[in-house]
Design a protein around this ligand. Structure first.
Ligand code: DGL
Length: 272
């Protein structure tokens, strides 16, 4: 494997850019190829078999671009497809669930952990199984918060509607007195101010993207796979639908100008 090959990151759409932001902050010299499946988003309301099928196609696209490692930024895809991807491909694949769960267990004091995510991630019990595998005594309260995704994309980061939705979604977690809350969806770090305000300052928020970034860093360091170049890495973005909306939201999510966005035909992804 060539050390200067890019890191491949895929997501159902735009949200995975929160993970790109973390990875590029910690590993600024790495080249990154991002694929956002904007034509088929959302994954969070789809069945596991569909998400597995799409994720295999997404990973295949990145492998053809000679990436040295794949990060499944999408929590839904991580929850449904990680095993299938690892079985199928030899390339190292890092998902969101295990890193997020481990960080939450390192953080909690009272072993009461909240998890929020899409319907699929919560129905798959992905985080709770991982948490209980490591700490069978942990108490876990999970809640699907699907409306957070469109609110984040709309940029309603400080809007009273977002506060109202958060109050409704987070009330069980509040009354369960969780001291740690896993943000188990790509979009939720964007809404962290509202989530923190509503759940209370004493609750620690866990960004799975941050946790996964640490794993990526350790992986590359441990295998001498860091890009040797001292230049800032090149980032290329591929999307399966028109890039206009992607560009607008991407610039908001990343807080900087985004270029190098290419549209890929879905036929190229599906191989049909
Ligand atoms: N990227 C998805 C996730 O992290 C959220 C958007 C979707 O439902 O596709 O679960």
């Amino acid at each position: 494997m060539n050390r200067s090959n890019p890191i491949g990151i895929f997501d159902s759409g735009i949200g995975g850019l929160t993970v790109v932001k973390r990875i590029s902050a910690n590993l600024p010299n790495e080249n990154i190829i991002y694929f956002g499946d904007t034509a088929r988003v959302p994954y969070g309301s789809k069945s596991n078999s569909t998400v597995i099928e799409y994720s295999i196609q997404d990973a295949n696209f990145l492998i053809k671009k000679n990436v040295k490692l794949i990060v499944v930024a999408c929590n839904t895809a991580s929850s449904a497809a990680l095993d299938a991807l690892r079985e199928r491909f030899e390339i190292p694949i890092i998902g969101m669930i295990e890193p997020g769960a481990k960080m939450a267990l390192e953080t909690t004091k009272n072993e009461k952990i909240g998890v929020i995510g899409t319907n699929a991630t919560i129905n798959n019990k992905a985080y709770s199984s991982e948490l209980l595998k490591i700490d069978p005594k942990a108490e876990i309260v999970e809640k699907a918060c699907p409306l957070f995704v469109p609110l984040a994309e709309e940029g309603w980061l400080d809007h009273k509607a977002t506060y109202a939705v958060a109050e409704e979604y987070l009330k069980e977690l509040k009354s369960a007195k969780v001291d740690t809350l896993i943000l188990g969806c790509t979009h939720y770090p964007i809404l962290s101010k509202v989530i923190q305000d509503v759940i209370g300052n004493e609750v620690r928020l866990i960004d799975s993207g941050t946790a996964a970034t640490k794993i990526v860093e350790d992986y590359l360091n441990g295998r001498n796979l860091r890009n040797p170049s001292n230049n800032i890495g090149i980032h290329e973005y591929y999307v399966s639908d028109l890039p206009i909306k992607f560009k607008e939201v991407a610039e908001r999510f990343l807080g900087r100008k985004v270029s190098n966005i290419h549209k890929v035909d879905l036929e190229e992804i599906t191989g049909n």
